[in-house]
Ligand binder design. Sequence first.
Ligand SMILES: NC(=O)C1=CN([C@@H]2O[C@H](COP(=O)(O)OP(=O)(O)OC[C@H]3O[C@@H](n4cnc5c(N)ncnc54)[C@H](OP(=O)(O)O)[C@@H]3O)[C@@H](O)[C@H]2O)[C@@H](O)CC1
Ligand SMILES: [K+]
Length: 499
Amino acid sequence: MQPLYTVTQIRQIETESARRLSEGALMQRAGQASANAALDLLPFATSRASVLVLAGPGNNGGDALEAAAHLAHAGAQVAVVYFEGGSAPERARAVERAHASPARFVAEDAIAGVEWHLVIDGLFGIGLTRPITGPFAALVAALNALTCPILALDVPSGLDADTGCIVGPAGCAVRATHTLTFIGDKPGLHTCDGRDHAGTVNVAHLDIDAAHYPAATIHLNGVDGFAQAAVARPQNSHKGSYGIVSVLGGAPGMTGAPILAGRAALHAGAGRVFLCFAGPALQCDPGQPELMCRAAHGFDFATGVTVAGPGLGGSDEAAHLLEQAIASPQPLVVDADGLNLVAARSGLAARLRGRKAATLLTPHPLEAARLLATSIGAIQRDRLDSARRLAAALHAIVVLKGTGTVIAAPGGAIVINPTGNPALATAGTGDVLAGLCGALLAQGWPGWEAALGAVWLHGMAADVLVADGIGPVGLTAGELVPAIRTALNRLVARHGRRA
Ligand SMILES: NC(=O)C1=CN([C@@H]2O[C@H](COP(=O)(O)OP(=O)(O)OC[C@H]3O[C@@H](n4cnc5c(N)ncnc54)[C@H](OP(=O)(O)O)[C@@H]3O)[C@@H](O)[C@H]2O)[C@@H](O)CC1
Ligand SMILES: [K+]
């Protein structure tokens, strides 16, 4: 999985490596890499391309000036909007090089009325300390109104590279189509507002020796993070080989949620799936008669994996049933109303903490806010830290949903998921994810791999459907289910080890 580094770590890597390099070497390499990335984005011959370069007051601006000089020497029509600022010697040399090149230095008002083919955003990088306001904000608004590609250097100006939030209050950020980020990839490019502002992210390592990189605790989710848990099915197997998933939910009037979770579990390969209704039990699911419908009262949750919470409600009876599911020695997924019950009843939280088998919690930001007794805003201001705190507090693997879903382990490891899209912003997709988690656990996947795999497959299924025109508008949660089955079968066919 691709490592992600915090700003503090990037600064440390920079300091370590710069000691062994000539002054300004990193800025020159960043500028060259930026120019190369820009050339790749030009729609036609370099000499016919009009490139607007914004060079801010810090070293991000220095990178942009280096890139401007390279592009101008390569023959592009380069206009630079330049801001006076920092006195770093390498930046001063970048200013000189840009002035000595054919690039033109222009005023901000020269941006309007030109058909730009590419914009390079070198206004601010990881040194942004406060919200972008005033004339810089007007500039950002002007850039965001353009229709050409925008290449952000290091990070889109205005975005917090650690959290993916727009630096605020009342700040703004460049909406880039591409980001070339330096030294290492950064978490903020992949979660919260990051994905909308960074576009396609590429990394320029600037030839820094691997020895200068610390062990990463944050990664971008990828198949190599969980594929080792996939097992090819042996011929000599039967439904008992693939586990049991019991979905605990379905309070009166809320039968849809457990049905979706159960259908997802079935299509993701669980050998047998029970729907355990807290309210009056359905006789069967006529659309999916393979699901076995039961009353939750008296059900033995210790027979397999439980997915607790879809449509469970908040009654005392629901809490009692959840307590029984938590007491099971088998893996457990807690979602939706299950999480709300844990938030509301400290006894359940204490029992959850005491579990020995894998426990996965799948909150959306509001459920996470309830669990941490805070607001959605506080959760979203630092999604990584919120997930990490929740995992530590409840001693569980936490899947904090939302764009760039954050998966956190109690030991502090964090993974951000890059698959998925706004098609998932519709009712029932969370139930499907919970059922998928349950199915992977039932087939013997360890908790961490099950969480990573489920989130990745769920997002990939949505990506494939959207590529086929089934979404992002109007995708339904039920449509995800067969697409997840296809994605999982492809994964197993390609990576599944022999049992
Ligand atoms: N790390 C590395 O190894 C390498 C880093 N490199 C590059 O350097 C970048 C980091 O450079 P950086 O530290 O100079 O910060 P940067 O983002 O350019 O901005 C700082 C300037 O902006 C100003 N300022 C801040 N907020 C503001 C606001 N809201 N509104 C207005 N002004 C504001 C701030 O002023 P001050 O706060 O000091 O008053 C200061 O003048 C990094 O992202 C990468 O691109 C590469 O060369 C390769 C090696
Ligand atoms: K930038």
